[in-house]
Design a protein around this ligand. Structure first.
Ligand code: UT7
Length: 330
């Protein structure tokens, strides 16, 4: 068709830990109840990565291993691994670096990308650019977070939404117009006031005081974030449709970040989409931050058809937000 190289998704995989944390478990930990959590957020249970020394890379590795098996390639064939995460194994080296070693991805380079809940969308745009440049043939883009490592299980306003998980896609060059077609990505650093981790960075290094003050956990002003998220995610998704001369009728699937069912509904309404076209698994996994979108793609893989127009959409800490249009390639 055309000679233009696009980055097609050629394989999808995911990993969620076995251990479940249900709303009823949380009722025993904080002053909350299943009814409140379900009606205000849509979450019923989340997965938690348990085990000494287990980290985000331990979810990336099985996801990428499965991705390679499904595509019939070896980890040695990977050129680059990008891990969208805000819960890296360590501040440095990068989780991508550690995961490549565990995978035996000897020919890959890689890096982590911190854009919170938009981590997968940002990483996908970067990964797609590496393919579009013609320089790389196999780029793996992963969204992975072990949120249980930074969630305060004494704070009922935040501990109810987050969970652990990882998803990954393989990007390969395509000249038939499949893959990542367009993206609108945004950021607003003033949003840091509403969603951040107070200590542990260079601004406020870890100390006895920061630990005592519980400053190594995610801090969120939920209501403020909610207001920005509803508007930001819906606006950018509608803008992406308009920019590409599409309407809701042209879209086969919306793949929204799973932060709150009410934010997802607002975005779908704004795009003129019925519920049947929206991927929702928030009830099972909660908000896995960078993991949500690839985990949905993984779960819905069987239902996706070659040529489907798919919109991915996210809003999260930073603030960071955006929407990406994909033509499904298999
Ligand atoms: O993914 C990254 C970006 N993050 C988001 O997109 C999250 C956006 N925010 C949200 O999803 C929602 O703001 C939350 C789910 C975090 C909170 O829901 P909300 O409807 O905004 O609740 P709220 O903070 O306005 O609190 C309403 C009431 C308060 O009680 P009063 O002051 O009305 O008496 C809270 O204390 O609900 C209370 N509350 C709870 N009650 C039972 C807060 N958390 C809980 C709880 N169980 N877990």
């Amino acid at each position: 068709m055309s000679n233009k190289i696009t980055a097609a998704i050629t394989s999808v995989a995911g990993y969620v830990p076995e251990d479940k944390l249900t709303n009823f478990d949380l009722e025993k930990m904080v002053d909350t109840n299943d009814e409140w959590i379900r009606t205000r957020t849509g979450v019923e249970e989340r997965r938690i990565l348990k085990g000494d020394g287990l980290a985000t890379s331990d979810m990336v590795v099985p996801a990428v291993r499965s991705l390679c098996e499904k595509r019939g390639i070896s980890p040695e064939d990977i050129d680059c691994l990008i891990v969208g995460t805000v819960t890296p194994d360590m501040v440095f080296p990068s989780t991508a670096n550690i995961a490549c070693d565990k995978l035996g991805a000897k020919n890959a380079w890689g890096f982590d990308l911190a854009a919170a809940c938009s981590g997968f969308l940002y990483s996908l745009t970067v990964g797609a650019s590496l393919i579009e440049s013609g320089r790389y043939k196999k780029v793996v883009v992963c969204g992975a977070d072990k949120m249980s490592a930074i969630v305060d299980y004494q704070d009922r306003a935040t501990c109810i939404i987050f969970g652990d998980g990882a998803g990954a896609v393989l990007l390969e060059p395509n000249t038939d117009g499949y893959g990542v077609l367009d993206s609108i990505l945004r950021s607003d650093g003033s949003g840091a006031n509403y969603l951040h981790m107070k200590a542990g960075g260079s601004k406020k290094p870890a100390s006895v005081e920061t630990v005592m003050a519980r400053e190594h956990f995610a801090y969120q002003e939920g209501q403020a974030v909610f207001k920005f998220a509803v508007k930001g995610m819906a606006d950018v998704s509608a803008e992406l449709l308009e920019k590409n001369n599409l309407t809701g009728d042209d879209i086969a699937w919306l793949v929204p970040h799973q932060a709150n069912l009410r934010i997802i509904d607002a975005t779908a309404n704004r795009m003129g989409l019925t519920k049947e076209k929206v991927m929702i698994n928030i009830q099972k996994y909660g908000n896995t931050t960078a993991g949500t979108i690839p985990l949905c793609l993984w779960e819905w893989e069987d239902k996706l058809k070659k040529g489907d127009n798919v919109v991915l959409s996210a809003f999260g800490g930073g603030f960071t937000w955006g929407a990406t249009l994909i033509k499904w390639g298999y």
